[in-house]
Ligand binder design. Structure first.
Ligand code: TRP
Length: 338
């Protein structure tokens, strides 16, 4: 049987944080290691440029940071193809063809883009490229005929939009060329991690993130500064566990569920101080992140090797995307000179 195909990726606008890790990187590594899939992982620099056109240097710098983060968590270039979106010209042409199949009102309804537009303060100047990036994301996914897309659950609307494009394309051109993808999401309650300040979203712009590349001291300082229960003032006071960031993190990261339950009970009763639970969380996180950080530092010693890996990945990705583009052009009937 032919292997199923995975395509996924991230926008390089900085280093990746543990929100990315629990939201999708962990799943990707697991799927890669299952051996059941051919995996493509794309650094989505074109998508990142849609709202950073005036700051390309930021994207350029983030390219190798994201690649290092991938290698650090265990994405293995011997098993997965890691490539760079801007190096695959077929994606841009596919985007152009698909844009004829999507209405402006449909794009405006995409809740992920809507949210992002609200957050980003574009005012009256929403870049066309930004507003239409779901179409380019459909090109990314379909160029590789991906069956499975492991991402955070905020990306579901992108997959819905992609499936609609696939159905319309196959329907209009009476072909079965494009493949409808399914999302692959983390287990319920495990895929979304709040920021250090308790904000529902961990993000660079909110300055509340723990990065995979943070060193031991930085990690510890961040953990000790975390939001807990603002009404838990004295050690003896009973504390709240719900909405307490330290416990939310423990639920996600600590494999010792019985221990977490014990700490929660104690905290609720009173007599367990914030410093203690933070110290404990620090140990749990250091244990999880140390091997990742060590591997990252190792790979970071040879940046030319990173570019080399990305070039090889992009060369291979081009052969696949060009083949799909040829089929798409054939279906539309614009390969006049073949
Ligand atoms: N939109 C994704 C993000 O927010 C990145 C991305 C671009 C992507 N193209 C993709 C993810 C294709 C999965 C599949 O970072």
């Amino acid at each position: 049987m032919e292997k199923k195909i995975i395509l996924t990726g991230d926008r390089p606008t900085g280093k990746l944080h543990i929100g990315h890790y629990v939201g999708s990187l962990k799943n990707r590594v697991e799927l890669q290691n299952s051996g059941d899939y051919e995996t493509f992982i794309m650094i989505a620099d074109m998508q990142a440029l849609t709202d950073n056109a005036r700051d390309p240097e930021k994207i350029r710098k983030s390219l190798t940071e994201v690649a290092l983060d991938y290698l650090a968590v265990g994405i293995d270039p011997a098993k997965s193809t890691i490539f760079v979106q801007s190096q695959i010209p077929a994606l841009s042409e596919l985007t152009q063809h698909y844009s004829n199949l999507v209405s402006i009102s449909r794009l405006r309804r995409n809740p992920t883009v809507k949210n992002e537009i609200n957050q980003k303060d574009f005012g009256q100047s929403i870049p066309v490229g930004f507003a239409t990036y779901p179409i380019s994301q459909a090109a990314d996914i379909t160029a590789f005929k991906a069956n499975v897309v492991p991402v955070g659950d905020d990306q579901e609307p992108m997959l819905e939009q992609t499936r609609e494009i696939v159905r319309s394309f196959n329907n209009i051109y009476k072909q079965d060329i494009l493949v409808e993808p399914t999302g692959y999401f983390p287990p319920k309650g495990q895929g979304r991690i709040p920021g250090l300040d308790g904000n529902a979203k961990m993000s660079k712009s909110l300055n509340n993130a723990i990065y995979l590349s943070d060193d031991e001291d930085t990690l510890q300082k961040k953990v000790m500064s975390m939001y807990t229960d603002p009404d838990h003032i004295h050690v003896e006071d009973p504390g709240k566990v719900e909405g307490n960031t330290v416990f939310t993190y423990l639920d996600i990261f600590d494999p010792d569920k019985a221990k977490v339950q014990e700490l929660k009970d104690q905290y609720r009763q009173g007599g367990l101080g914030d410093v203690k639970i933070k110290r404990y969380l620090n140990e749990v996180l250091q244990a999880e992140l140390k091997p990742i950080r060590d591997r990252r530092n190792e790979y970071a010693k040879d940046i030319p090797a990173i570019y080399d890996m990305l070039r090889k990945g992009s060369d291979y990705a081009n052969t696949i995307a060009n083949q799909t583009l040829k089929e798409v052009r054939d279906a539309i009937g614009i390969n006049y000179f073949d």
